[in-house]
Design a protein around this ligand. Structure first.
Ligand SMILES: Nc1ncnc2c1ncn2[C@@H]1O[C@H](COP(=O)(O)OP(=O)(O)OP(=O)(O)O)[C@@H](O)[C@H]1O
Ligand SMILES: [Mg+2]
Length: 612
């Protein structure tokens, strides 16, 4: 529910603080906006001309039988229309251009900010919601700039202009025409109130549709596996129907509003005909004025209905901008220190000193964790599922910041290091390998063009990934589907090892996948690991104890605390947790073929045998 909750909030229709901030986006394009404004005002002024020209023809030239006068008026009439066309073109073009540029600026700003936000933020904010910020919300603002703010000036100008001309021509008849204005006020108020409400409802249901689809589409295999299709279909019918009904409701208000305005306009026209016609008979009013009045009356109501429409745009834009600004104002918590970032560490000596960390306040995941990885040393982290192994890696890379204690590299607190410098030290092979769309080679290189084709080939060969890559139709140039969906888990692991090797990092960080791969691939991966680790400082999280027996140090983690550490032999001799895990492994090995597994991988079953 939290996903779409914020979509339901519709704030004020106009908020000066938000508006001021929005207008700052117009600033770089003020030249264009000024041109558009000028065009709009000139356009509105010109619109006043044709009815008046009609009046001149009827009142002056026709009675005087002045053909050349008629000719002149016809030319004026036509040229005013042509100029109107030109102005409209100018206004549309400049406004739309500025609007597109503002949207571009805004999207880049939002995306740039999203890139800098830390993982804690992403833990709290569903992807679907953030997508909406960058796409739909920015679009709504564009509507405000191109169709709203600026052209409202035109509407106001047209309204005032027509009122002025009417009063000037004949103030009594003008008052007759204005009789209908209270009716207009009542109708627009009714329309605004209801449309605002239904706009809110429609937005809510769209957000629900998005949230529902996002969840179910990503989980298609689960849905199909548990045969939930029929139930999900029924759920979606409800949501979709509510969305349709909300839209139908809003169509009703539009369908009533526009004809109602027409009706009032017709009412005004008949009043003018009745009263004005009488005055023409009494010679108090000229026929030309009557005709001009009728034409003006017609033009008078269009900006009124336009402005009601723009009111809705304004409303939506305020809500969207509020959400965009809230996102832009989210502070970036993990940043490079301001000023004087330290140099690049050359050794890669890592120390955790009394580190305590909680994702959620009051629920520490790591408690007083201290250990050290000396340059060239290979350290393994083992422990049950949820014991905090991956968390240690996330802290080391500053995806999150520690709450107590500190982490140092070559004696420097990582919070005092430049972030890109820190992260460039590590080659990361994570539990779930992230591949992007592109070719296999591009995924190994990951945008670092200085890694040559030959280097990619060497890395791929070294980790034995070439076995499967060469079997693919286009080898290294084979495209990878989104999220690497077309590759197996083992293949993705090999690729990410190749990636780590190609980057040649100072420190290698491995978070072994828990999912099992077949024995052949397992052997390939183990061998590949050996290649990548050779002579390199390594921190490895292992679920299969067999891979880590010859590590320099094994750190055993239990419920966020370090309980044992030492070499494989030392730990076995100590008869502690590690010993018990190892026993389990041996038993497993006797029981069935295939590799033994640390308790952690077995989940709940593992927990019960771990300690206590
Ligand atoms: N982003 C997060 N927000 C809140 N809690 C989290 C988050 N990530 C992990 N946790 C919690 O922190 C604890 C440690 O998680 P961690 O991922 O470090 O375990 P792990 O030792 O790597 O487990 P596994 O062997 O299954 O990979 C778990 O209890 C988990 O529920
Ligand atoms: Mg993990």
């Amino acid at each position: 529910m939290a996903t779409h909750h914020d979509e339901e909030v519709l704030g004020k229709a106009y908020d000066a603080r938000l508006m001021r901030r929005l207008l700052t986006y117009l600033r770089p394009y003020r030249g264009q906006v000024a041109i558009a404004l000028g065009a709009i005002v000139a356009h509105s002024a010109l619109e006043l001309a044709p009815p008046y020209l009609t009046k001149v023809v009827i009142d002056d030239y026709i009675p005087a039988r002045d053909l050349s006068g008629l000719w002149l008026i016809a030319v004026l009439y036509l040229s005013s229309l042509v100029t109107t066309f030109g102005l409209e073109y100018l206004q549309t073009w400049t406004l739309q251009m500025a609007g597109q540029r503002i949207m571009f600026d805004m999207r880049m700003q939002v995306y740039g900010h999203l890139q800098r936000l830390d993982l804690k933020f992403y833990d709290r904010n569903p992807v679907g919601r953030l997508m909406t910020r960058v796409t739909t919300d920015v679009d709504v603002l564009n509507e405000l700039f191109t169709g709203g703010v600026v052209s409202v000036f035109g509407d106001v100008f047209t309204l005032l202009g027509i009122m002025g001309v009417l009063i000037w021509m004949n103030w009594r008849l003008a008052l007759v025409a204005f009789c209908v204005l209270p009716l207009i006020v009542v109708i627009t108020q009714w329309f605004r109130r209801h449309v605002r409400e239904s706009y809110r409802t429609v937005r809510t249901w769209i957000a629900r549709i998005n949230a529902f689809l996002q969840e179910r589409i990503t989980g298609t295999s689960t849905v199909q596996l548990f045969r939930r299709e029929a139930r999900d279909y029924a759920d979606f019918v409800d949501i979709d129907r509510a969305h349709r009904d909300a839209n139908v409701q809003s169509i009703f208000y539009y369908a009533v509003f526009y004809p109602a305005i027409e009706l009032v306009s017709a009412l005004a026209a008949s009043l003018i005909l009745w009263v004005g016609g009488g005055w023409v008979m009494q010679d108090v009013l000229t026929l030309g004025s009557l005709v001009a009045f009728l034409q003006y009356a017609q033009r008078f109501f269009r900006p009124i209905s336009d402005m009601s429409e723009k009111f809705n745009i304004l409303q939506g834009a305020m809500a969207s901008s509020e959400r965009i600004f809230a996102l832009l104002d989210t502070p970036v918590e993990i940043e490079s220190p301001k000023g004087g970032a330290s140099g690049v560490p050359s050794l890669g000596h890592i120390r955790f000193e009394h580190v305590t960390f909680a994702y959620v306040e009051g629920e520490p995941v790591l408690k007083d964790v201290s250990f050290e990885v000396r340059p060239g040393q290979r350290v393994a982290l083992v422990g049950a599922t949820g014991s905090g192994k991956t968390t240690i890696i996330s802290l080391l890379l500053r995806f999150y910041d520690v709450q107590e204690g500190r982490i140092t590299v070559d004696g420097v607190d990582i919070r005092e290091m430049d972030l890109p410098v820190l992260r460039a030290l590590f080659g990361l092979v994570l539990q779930d390998v992230h591949l992007s769309t592109g070719t296999i080679a591009e995924n190994v290189r990951l945008g670092r063009l200085e890694i040559t084709d030959a280097a990619v080939r060497r890395a791929v060969d070294a980790v034995h990934a070439s076995t499967f890559i060469d079997a693919l139709p286009r080898g290294l140039e084979t495209p990878v589907a989104e999220r690497g969906a077309t590759l197996s888990v083992g293949q993705k692991q090999l690729l990410s090892l190749a990636r780590a090797l190609a980057f040649d990092p100072l420190v290698l960080v491995l978070d072994e996948a828990t999912s099992s791969v077949d024995t052949d691939t397992e052997l390939l991966i183990r061998d590949a690991l050996g290649v990548v680790m050779r002579g390199r400082t390594t921190i490895a999280i292992a679920h299969r104890l067999s891979t880590i027996q010859d590590m320099d140090c094994i750190v055993v983690l239990h419920k966020g605390q370090i309980r044992e550490s030492g070499t494989h032999r030392e730990l076995l001799a100590a008869h502690g947790i590690y010993h018990r895990l190892y026993q389990l492994q041996v038993r497993d090995r006797a029981g069935e073929s295939g590799d033994p597994v640390v308790a952690g991988q077995a989940g709940a079953a593992g927990d019960s045998v771990a300690v206590e």
